[in-house]
Design a protein around this ligand. Structure first.
Ligand SMILES: Nc1ncnc2c1ncn2[C@@H]1O[C@H](COP(=O)(O)OP(=O)(O)OP(=O)(O)O)[C@@H](O)[C@H]1O
Length: 264
């Protein structure tokens, strides 16, 4: 049996957080609470700071100001390993560090749960294989990651996060490279994880994926301004047109708004 010790549900929150984008004014400090069961979508034009925010939340980049808490504990006071058991990140780009198979890559997700030099157990392997199966890449488990297509790599990266099994999942454009079927499959998986008690916080460029799958939205503007709240309050044409500097047409599909860019 896999023994995955996990403290009671952890809430990741920011207090007056200002991300550090060189040369940009502080803008609007973020007071976010990312809770179990929520699916957040972070929207904004290129360069608005979405990736910087995700890296800051993941503890990979220091904020310019403010703090980051897991429940009431400043994340800086936690050991990296303890933090990685609670918060995990799928990067926007996947670099090949060293040659590794798909299964070996997914197993990296178990590292925060193992002591130094401890080998992965059969249970860890089973957990990685379940994640690869959920992302429809189990059949590729013995292939070198460097030989995979963009979409296959993306699914392996998400399977690695699933194998890590943190409470809060941070994902930088998880639908990148995915065909339509796998976009929907990944969004379904993420919402299922949220229903099971995880917190999902992802950057998206596709407004319509956000409208369909996210319950909370953070809008980030290039000048550092930001606003956030329930999806139905945030995903309104005026705010989105200003966000992207793009006129939109809105239609309703299955009770959810569907946004189409206007021509010209
Ligand atoms: N080390 C750095 N030095 C200078 N500027 C930086 C540095 N890192 C990021 N930036 C700038 O910060 C801004 C925010 O970048 P970030 O990658 O967070 O944006 P983003 O919203 O994720 O964009 P995209 O939608 O294109 O992925 C960009 O203008 C980027 O050029």
């Amino acid at each position: 049996m896999v023994i995955t010790k996990r403290p009671i549900m952890q809430t990741l929150s920011t207090r007056k957080l200002v991300i550090d984008i060189p040369g940009r004014p502080d803008g609007y400090p973020l007071n976010l609470t990312i809770e179990a069961g929520q699916v957040w979508g972070v929207l904004g034009p290129n360069g608005a700071g979405k990736t910087t925010l995700l890296h800051t939340l993941a503890g990979l980049r220091a904020p310019r100001a403010g703090s980051l808490l897991l429940d009431d504990q400043p994340t800086g006071s936690l050991k990296r390993r303890a933090f990685s058991q609670q918060v995990g990140l799928v990067f926007q780009d996947h670099q090949d560090g060293f040659p590794a198979t798909v299964l070996e890559t997914a197993l990296i997700g178990r590292h925060p749960w193992l002591s130094p030099w401890q080998m992965e157990s059969a249970d860890d392997v089973a957990m990685a294989e379940r994640a690869l199966e959920a992302l429809d890449v189990l059949h590729l488990k013995d292939r070198l990651v460097s030989t995979l297509s963009g979409g296959e790599r993306q699914r392996v990266a998400i399977a690695t996060l699933m194998t890590q099994a943190p409470h809060t999942w941070l994902l930088d454009e998880p639908s990148n490279h995915l065909d339509l079927h796998h976009q929907v499959a990944v969004m379904k998986l993420l919402t299922e994880r949220a229903k099971a008690g995880n917190a999902i916080f992802m950057c998206l460029h596709d407004l319509n994926l956000a409208a369909r799958w996210c319950d909370n939205i953070l809008l980030m503007y290039p000048d550092g301004e930001a606003c956030w709240g329930p999806a139905e309050r945030m995903l309104v044409p005026n705010a989105l047109e200003r966000l992207y500097d793009q006129d939109l047409q809105t239609v309703e599909v299955d009770g959810a708004p569907f946004f189409v860019p206007k021509r010209g």
